[in-house]
Design a protein around this ligand. Sequence first.
Ligand code: XIL
Length: 323
Amino acid sequence: IQTELTAVKDTVPFRMGAAIQRQQILGLEGQLLTKHFDSVTTGNQLKWDFTEPREGEFTFAAADELVDFGIANGMHVRGHTLAWHSQTPAWVFENATKEVLLARLERHIRAVMGRYVGKIDTWDVVNEVIDENQPDGLRRSPWFEITGLDYIRTAFRVAHEVDPTAKLVFNDYNTEYPNKREAMYKVVKQLLDEGVPITTVGHQLHVNIEAQPASAIEDTIERFAGLPVDQQVTELDVSVYTDSTSSWESIPEEIIIEQGHRYKDIFDVLRRHAGKLSSVTVWGLADNDTWLSTFPITRLNAPLLFDDQLQAKPAYWGVVDPS
Ligand code: XIL
């Protein structure tokens, strides 16, 4: 890795994180992580299908390694995620009355979160529960179909009981789009009014080189600043594609440069609102390992700060050099 570079974490007024996979803590990627970041999110290893593949059988080996690596290197650790419609084993919803499902959720949260009290200080408690195309703004997942809003209430209540000091995040994507933003705002506000212990609104911020403009991101941060929560950017990356079908065999240099400007524009906004943001996390370390190379289709993508040789890209300079 380029040891002479300024550490990204030293250039921003909030915690700076990256999501990683367990195998990446070994070798150069582990070095890149600890040089530039002071927060780490478990990319997959704390999702339900990893931690409780069969009811009551918990597997923590991979998550333990990641969490211990973060703690050993003085980092904040973010746990991802406790209740989500994806990467959740089928058994969770099988033969589930509302009572049964909420009991499974409670037991899961007590086991998973409880193991890391004192180590993981922030949890994405619920993930992607908003659907702005529903009249009530709520995604029709099995969670919702079986329990209504109660799975969200239960998840936060139990999480708060397990660790009253942890930041508890209500996390979603596309919050920079006005309709999604407003749908999420309404639900979060209602739950806060009821006393549900949400501490933090998480904006995934999976964006691309064009959409949404930085001004829309700013509007979103300002909107949620009216609620008694702090905010985090939880999964930032900047796709080089503006649609879901095109693909390049090799990515034009001018796109990589444009992406650098885009990162700068986004970080200008984030720095300006640092008082409202407790952390900013990118969803991956380097372009050699990004979920966007398989989603929504398999194609070459390069959405992160470092290239597939772990070298700093214009995106890195856009973040660290705000002049
Ligand atoms: C992605 C992981 O990065 C992939 O490795 C996995 O195959 C699918 O999930 N929003 C989220 C994350 O909240 O959990 C997703 O992570 C990316 C989109």
